[in-house]
Write a protein that binds this ligand. Structure first.
Ligand SMILES: *[C@@H]1O[C@H](CO)[C@@H](O)[C@H](O)[C@H]1NC(C)=O
Ligand SMILES: *[C@@H]1O[C@H](CO)[C@@H](O)[C@H](O)[C@H]1NC(C)=O
Ligand SMILES: *[C@@H]1O[C@H](CO)[C@@H](O)[C@H](O)[C@H]1NC(C)=O
Ligand SMILES: *[C@@H]1O[C@H](CO)[C@@H](O)[C@H](O)[C@H]1NC(C)=O
Ligand SMILES: *[C@@H]1O[C@H](CO)[C@@H](O)[C@H](O)[C@H]1NC(C)=O
Ligand SMILES: *[C@@H]1O[C@H](CO)[C@@H](O)[C@H](O)[C@H]1NC(C)=O
Ligand SMILES: *[C@@H]1O[C@H](CO)[C@@H](O)[C@H](O)[C@H]1NC(C)=O
Ligand SMILES: *[C@@H]1O[C@H](CO)[C@@H](O)[C@H](O)[C@H]1NC(C)=O
Ligand SMILES: *[C@@H]1O[C@H](CO)[C@@H](O)[C@H](O)[C@H]1NC(C)=O
Length: 309
């Protein structure tokens, strides 16, 4: 884990907050403080970033990167989809690099170095209006409907260095009906659902369930505490762990039987599970599977998402 990555990781907390704000006549710094890098969580990073911004004619996109380590090319949709950097519309190799959004329409950008694009350094945006106007502030919705949380936002799910998933979770309200999405690069991470004891001690050879293919969607079906980590060697010890407390129900959620709180009772170490113990061996997973454990259900949907189509 490079120190540079740690640096970005620390700043990601700020990034998450900044995502919500949009102002008039703008320079958009791509990825905000996170900048233009090969994102640890794959191409979701810039997808998520773009979804938090409104682009208007006249706006400037600033790609902040270290010259020599990254570059940025404006390309066609076809080149974007296939990560073809052979004949870009425009290539900028000195960071930071600006592009002015001078017309309505779709814009596609990729990093052309090595496998940067394939690894997720790609951005598609849609300029939809000629007039810059402040985006309407999202009105307070009470009671709120189900929320989908992208774990770690742009950074996704990885061994975080100084970034902490507890900081990410801080201040968020998790309710029954909400969804957690874990984005990561296949074969480099996984998502393990574990008991509190396993979570605390990182004895990740004992799990309730393990999901190996990104993106992992977990619908929070029950109140109480939920613990997530990784079965990869030392990932838990190095901080790839997330604990959340599901406290109520979002509006319009069918009512499941609330499970007894696990906050004071030791979690059962022999919870029934279709998938435990799981070490690091090959793991076959269906496209959709439901497991039962400790009086609650978690349904994990492994969804193949097609972006930019
Ligand atoms: C660009 O990145 C550098 C180094 O990470 C940082 O110091 C600078 O503030 C960034 N610029 C912007 C506009 O975010
Ligand atoms: C990449 O694009 C160039 C020019 O746009 C084209 O000639 C070439 O066939 C493309 N390569 C692939 C692998 O699609
Ligand atoms: C990019 O645009 C910003 C905002 O207008 C400006 O401050 C910065 O100097 C520009 N950078 C380059 C390399 O043109
Ligand atoms: C971009 O916005 C236009 C107008 O709203 C819309 O017709 C088009 O489908 C959008 N493109 C993408 C890729 O979302
Ligand atoms: C976790 O570690 C503590 C302290 O080392 C120990 O007392 C406890 O039994 C361990 N729990 C499990 C489930 O291994
Ligand atoms: C997990 O590993 C610990 C020590 O590394 C061992 O004591 C324990 O029995 C193992 N548990 C399982 C379920 O294999
Ligand atoms: C991970 O693997 C699954 C199943 O093979 C696939 O659907 C998904 O697109 C892959 N995700 C990434 C980010 O490569
Ligand atoms: C989780 O929330 C419940 C209900 O608000 C509370 O009683 C419990 O102490 C919380 N647990 C933690 C670890 O914060
Ligand atoms: C959990 O959510 C899934 C998906 O929405 C649903 O199929 C399942 O019945 C739910 N389980 C409970 C106990 O509510």
């Amino acid at each position: 884990m490079g120190s540079e990555l740690k640096y970005f990781a620390v700043l990601a907390i700020t990034v998450a907050a900044l995502l919500q704000s949009t102002a008039a006549v703008e320079k958009h710094v791509v990825g905000d403080k996170f900048g233009w890098i090969v994102p640890p969580g794959g191409h979701y990073a810039y997808e998520v970033w773009a979804s938090g911004h409104k682009f208007s004619v006249g706006d400037i996109l600033e790609f902040n990167f270290t010259t020599g380590e990254q570059d940025v090319a404006k390309v066609t949709k076809e080149a974007f989809d296939s990560c073809n950097s052979t004949n870009p519309i425009e290539l900028k190799t000195t960071g930071p690099a600006n592009f002015t959004l001078d017309t309505i329409g779709e814009y596609y950008f990729i990093g052309t170095m090595d496998k940067h694009c394939e690894l997720g350094q790609k951005l598609a945006i849609n300029v939809t209006s000629t007039t810059s106007a402040p985006a309407p502030a999202p009105g307070p919705a009470t009671p709120r409907g189900p929320v989908t949380y992208i774990v770690g936002e742009q950074l996704g799910w990885f061994v975080p260095g100084e970034f902490s998933y507890s900081a990410w979770a801080y201040g968020k309200t998790f309710m029954v009906g909400d969804t957690l999405v874990f984005n990561f690069l296949n074969e480099t991470q996984d998502v393990a659902i574990v008991t509190k004891a396993v979570f605390d001690n990182c004895t990740t050879n004992s799990t309730l369930a393990v999901y190996k293919y990104s993106p992992v969607h977990i619908i929070l079906n029950t109140t109480g505490e939920h613990y997530f980590t990784s079965t990869y060697d030392s990932h838990c010890e190095y901080g790839q762990k997330l604990a959340i407390n599901v406290t109520g129900k979002s509006a319009g959620t069918p009512s499941p039987c609330p499970s007894p709180s696990s906050s004071t009772t030791p979690a059962p170490s022999k919870a029934p599970s279709a998938h435990s113990p799981v070490a690091s061996g090959p793991y076959t997973s269906a496209a959709s599977s439901t497991i039962t454990g400790s009086g609650y259900y978690l349904t994990i949907l492994l969804v193949g998402l097609a972006f930019f189509h």
